[in-house]
Structures are given as C-alpha cells and as structure tokens.
Design a protein around this ligand. Structure first.
Ligand SMILES: [Zn+2]
Length: 187
C-alpha cells in the first residue's frame, strides 16, 4: 500500500518517516473553566488531514495509528482508573472514542464502553459558540457509580462537550480525574 501522507510505498497506512515527522506527540494540559484538566498530544491543525479520515473506510486504521503514537508517552494509569469514552456510538461503522479507550487498556485504564451517551447529536461543525451553548449534548450516564474516571474524546474545541460530560458524571457520583484527547484545537 501507499503511505496516506507522502504516497510512498509503505507496509502501513502511515509510513515510519511520516510518523516521525508528523505524529510525534507533544503532551500538553489545558484547564477548562470547570477545572477539568485536558491532556492532548497534538495541535488540531498539525494532524487535521489524519483526523479528517474519521468517517472514511480506513479511518479506523488511521485512528488506531494516532492513538498508538500519542499514547506512547503515557505512564501507567493509577490503579482502578476507568476510561469513559464520550458518546461511543458506533452508528458510523465504528466508534472513534471507544477505539481510543480500548487503546488505553495497555496503560492500565479500564474502559467503560457505552456508558455515556449523548441524547442530542446535532452537529457542531462550523457552528458558533452560541449554537453549541443552545444545543447541549444532554448526556445520560448509565455506568457504575463511585468510580474514578478519565473522559476520552478525540478532539477538544471549546471544551463545552467535555465539561457537560463531566457534569453528567459528577451528578452520577463519578469522580472525574481528567480528560484525554488526541488533539486540541486551541493550541
Ligand atoms: Zn509517509
């Protein structure tokens, strides 16, 4: 096959040279208004072409490559820490947030799949902040209570979705340790 990025022949979808050039992770923490700390590994702009494959047939493979490169800098998770993917709905063929949570297993996180669902999935793409505020995700949490968890998403933009998810978990008695995302649009 050919490398998705440089088009040279490669054994994998993104060749080792392009991984080194474009996918070397630079971890950074952004603190949202609620105090939630969001760990990201890339600036959104830097890896946008890779992120835009999300809904394409090979998106699953690209996301797995992104996850493995990004998480390679992680330490082992604290004992018993759950990984809760944000709205891991697989109606698009696969869930990118579930894929990320699954990749975190090797670092000791315990994925809690299908526990945090959005009741409102209206698209935020290209919408202003006012629209996002007027159309909250309305999360429903049906997982175990009295656990400690990190929220998992692929991209953080305004941070509204993560903060809303944090609120839903807190109301359910879950202690939200932090959030882990691949890319931050604000860095
Ligand atoms: Zn390449």
């Amino acid at each position: 096959m050919r490398c998705l990025s440089c088009r040279r022949f490669s054994a994998t979808l993104v060749c080792p040279k392009c991984r080194e050039l474009y996918l070397r992770p630079y971890p950074r923490i952004r603190r949202l208004d609620t105090g939630l700390e969001v760990l990201s590994f890339y600036a959104y702009d830097e890896i946008e072409p890779f992120l835009l494959t999300k809904h394409l047939p090979h998106g699953w493979f690209v996301y797995r490559i992104l996850a493995r490169e990004a998480f390679s800098v992680l330490e082992k998770a604290q004992e018993g820490l759950a990984a809760i993917p944000v709205d891991d709905d697989a109606s698009g063929g696969y869930s990118h947030t579930a894929l990320l949570a699954r990749e975190l297993k090797r670092y000791g996180y315990r994925p809690r799949f299908a526990s945090l669902r959005a009741r409102n999935r209206v698209s935020y793409a290209g919408q202003p902040l006012a629209f996002r505020l007027a159309n909250p995700r309305d999360f429903l949490y049906e997982g175990p209570k009295k656990i400690r968890a990190v929220l998992i998403d692929d991209i953080v933009t305004s941070g509204l979705t993560l903060q809303e998810a944090q609120g839903a978990l807190l109301r359910a008695g879950v202690t939200v340790h932090s959030a882990i995302v691949l890319a931050d649009a604000d860095r």
